[in-house]
Design a protein around this ligand. Structure first.
Ligand code: GMT
Length: 374
């Protein structure tokens, strides 16, 4: 098949899933055309089946807000027409599903009926999409898609509850490339961060409010009074500054390190003992899956799609949002020497169920089903 993939190319779950899916599809012999405003973060190599088309936005003094949606639709029309694509797969409803609808209408005038598949990732439904200014557009764009998928059962339920959706939604969970995300021998790295054999807690995210980084710092401050430990916070975003200040105010000193954005996240995960994800809302929790693939158990909230990934008492524990004391209690239990190896092994076994080689065929079957119905 010739597949066009539209996504946010920067760091962030939906862009990562879209890029890894494209790479998986290319490996299976499909021709994949990425259509984005900049080179996707994990697409920095040559592959005969992968193409990248940059969306250029015309600048003009009149435009206080450059018309990205229109430029994207125009680029989709061009790529579908000249590269003879079989389908467009857009990741994150806003504005990608809407631009795809526009492109589809334009292509109809050229006698081309291009199927559009929309994958909903989470905040496009649970936070941004619900905004009154966007909700009618999101509803319309989902209903006009030829195929719709969500990354968890919970997000599917949320989508039906939040919008008047007439379309059937298929759940295709997020996945991980186990060839890349696996525990590597990085003991030297661990010795630098934990010179006295402390336990290492890790969190990675885009540092948005929804991630509740403050809970992570509170959990860590309580935990370290009972178990010598260090906390590594990977990523960047609006909450980083306030959280750095909080950890200074709490005198956590060098026990908490903010390392910023990192490409080789699997190297950090290889030396981690525990991953923390206390999010307010999380449609799936891809970062937790990547940690589990590196044999790291997870302490998470029990919100959104997290219970579909993290298994209570097996791969980690789930607590109510904001229940810091329960998270501390569970973390202490996992970190006991007699418990940790079992949790680590269970985390890996669970991650193996979400191996990319199991999930990419689900998308291929979805594409075939949509194409048959056209
Ligand atoms: O919140 C993020 O980390 C970014 C966001 C995105 O769209 O890039 O992530 C969402 O999509 C990921 C991939 O499907 C999911 O694993 C995340 O759980 C989801 N984030 C939220 O629902 C908050």
């Amino acid at each position: 098949m010739k597949i066009g993939i539209v996504c946010y190319p920067t760091f962030g779950g939906s862009g990562v899933v879209a890029t890894e899916l494209g790479k998986g599809l290319a490996k299976n012999g499909h021709q994949v055309h990425f259509i984005t405003y900049t080179q996707p973060a994990r697409l920095d190599f040559f592959n005969e089946n992968i193409f990248y088309h940059e969306v250029n936005i015309a600048s003009y003094p009149l435009f206080q807000y450059p018309p990205y949606e229109s430029a994207l639709a125009g680029k989709m029309v061009d790529v579908v027409k000249y590269e003879k694509l079989d389908l467009l797969h857009v990741h994150y409803a806003i504005p990608h599903a809407t631009s795809a609808f526009l492109a589809k209408q334009i292509l109809k005038c050229h006698g081309i009926n291009i199927p559009v598949i929309t994958t909903l990732h989470g905040t496009d439904i649970t936070i941004v999409g619900k905004d009154a200014s966007l909700a009618p557009v999101v509803t319309f764009s989902i209903n006009e898609s030829d195929g719709v998928t969500t990354v968890s059962e919970d997000l599917r339920k949320d989508t039906y509850e939040a919008f008047e959706i007439r379309k059937e939604i298929e759940v295709i969970p997020n996945f991980v490339d186990l060839e890349r995300f696996k525990k590597q021998r990085k003991e030297h790295f661990k010795r630098i961060i934990c010179p006295n054999d402390e336990k290492l807690l890790v969190h990675t995210s885009n540092f948005r409010k929804v991630k509740r980084i403050e809970d992570i710092i509170q959990v860590f401050a309580k935990l370290k009074k009972q178990i010598p430990s260090k906390l590594l916070l990977v990523g960047d975003g609006p909450e980083r500054g306030p959280m750095e200040q909080l950890s200074r105010d709490m005198n956590l000193g060098e026990d908490v390190r903010f390392v910023g954005k990192l490409d080789a996240i699997e190297e950090v995960l290889s030396v981690a003992d525990l991953f923390l994800m206390p999010s307010e809302k999380e449609s799936f929790g891809l970062a937790a899956l990547e940690a589990m693939a590196c044999e790291v158990p997870v302490i998470s909230s029990n919100t959104g799609g997290l219970p579909e990934l993290n298994v209570q008492g097996v791969t980690g524990f789930l607590s109510n949002v904001g229940d810091v004391d329960d998270m501390v209690k569970n973390a202490i239990y996992i970190l006991q020497d007699e418990n940790l190896p079992t949790f680590k092994a269970n985390a890996l076994a669970r991650a193996q169920e979400f191996d990319i080689t199991n999930i990419v065929p689900m998308y291929e079957r979805h594409y075939e089903k949509v194409l048959e119905g056209m």
